[in-house]
Write a protein that binds this ligand. Sequence first.
Ligand SMILES: CC(C)(COP(=O)(O)OP(=O)(O)OC[C@H]1O[C@@H](n2cnc3c(N)ncnc32)[C@H](O)[C@@H]1OP(=O)(O)O)[C@@H](O)C(=O)NCCC(=O)NCCS
Length: 422
Amino acid sequence: MSGPQGMTGTVAPGRAMSTIEVVDVAAADMERFVAISLAFFGEAPPDEGLGTLHQTLNRSLVARLDGEDIGTAAVIDFQLTLPGGNRVPMDGVTWVAVSPVARRRGAMRAMMNDMLEHARARRIPVLGLGASESLIYRRFGYGVASHIGIAEIDTAHAALRVPFTDPGHVRMQALDGAVAIFLDIEGRQTDRVGGINRAESSWRRILAGAAKARDGMSPLQVAVHVGADGQVDGFVNYRVEQRWPDEIADGVTHVHELAALNLDAHVALWQHVLSMDLMEHLRAERYWLDDPIKHLLLDGRRLKVKSHDDLHLRVVDVVAMLQARRYSREDALVIEVRDPAAADIAGRYRLEGGLEGATAAPTDAAADIVLDAPSLGSLMLGDVSAAALHRAGLIEEARDGAVRRASAMFSWSPRPWLNYMF
Ligand SMILES: CC(C)(COP(=O)(O)OP(=O)(O)OC[C@H]1O[C@@H](n2cnc3c(N)ncnc32)[C@H](O)[C@@H]1OP(=O)(O)O)[C@@H](O)C(=O)NCCC(=O)NCCS
């Protein structure tokens, strides 16, 4: 089905049979690509223009039918941190949208196939994405690999259990110069499983509209923590929303991202956003579900957390992915992977691994567990247990006790946390 310009698909009945062609967009056309994609999503271009949007993309695809652009998808190159701290290249899939008048005719499928093929050709071991609806991507081999929280607390109830004395200090950081700090902290945060490393262009994109007020909120505020050694070791990005019902301060601090290299920086930055004058509430939309702040609060129940699926992973190279991560329990398992969409990814693999390292190779030995490609993706970061997938009918136990062993091996603590949804 693959043509010289990319993957193709056949349009379903209901319209004269035509072929959907997937075309790689030349760098010069990237700005137009973004404009088309936004239109398919039904969104207006951002105030700051399209310039910084397309600069974050490494590869952009357009699906065409009879010469007409009907769909878009793009890939951003990331490094994904796995349990144990190794980083692997990940193709981040984004900007997937199809024209409202061309949906359910296979345009997305053609683009998803193209991105899988392209990742394979470039020896990228895994693809990742965030789904607008969680039911869309399983059919393409993607499984939910991590979750994220939305956390809210009334700041009057945010006292810490033990008073915290900061050995360093927090200072505000001008937006100019912030990118170098973001890159530095992110590059050194090796223990953040499930996180990605962003290129400078992604950070510039994040800061593109930062100096402007938005949706009733202030411009983006950046605070950094300076350790006792004088080195910056964390940052928090937030906007404040002033609210004055009946002349009483009732504002909200909206935390976008908090990253810290040690516990002092972590607590100091939380304390900064929790103790803002005039802000009676705090809302964090990318809350780490294992954030220690929950346990540091005197009245932890006051921090209300709702969670949802976040990063979905599609394993492309089973051996590379199994070998790159570390395992909580030393053991060996034969895993049979079923993958109707990719016959050469399907097969039986013998995994032997623990905290120090892992080896994996194709094998003819009998399987201990049998699962499909999305379930393999779900196991990759240790956030979804093999036992839960088994109970849901998604993992078959071919040898007694193998699911319990797989759960012990693949589980990981602390929980993974994607720092930025792309
Ligand atoms: C989601 C979207 C990209 C799908 O594009 P599409 O070209 O209509 O999808 P396809 O025709 O290739 O569908 C492939 C399969 O996915 C299913 N599917 C696609 N979108 C679906 C949805 N939103 N809900 C349920 N199933 C969906 C199709 O029914 C089809 O099923 P099949 O495997 O049984 O044949 C399109 O509906 C869209 O642009 N939606 C708005 C933007 C959006 O949500 N983008 C996703 C961002 S993560």
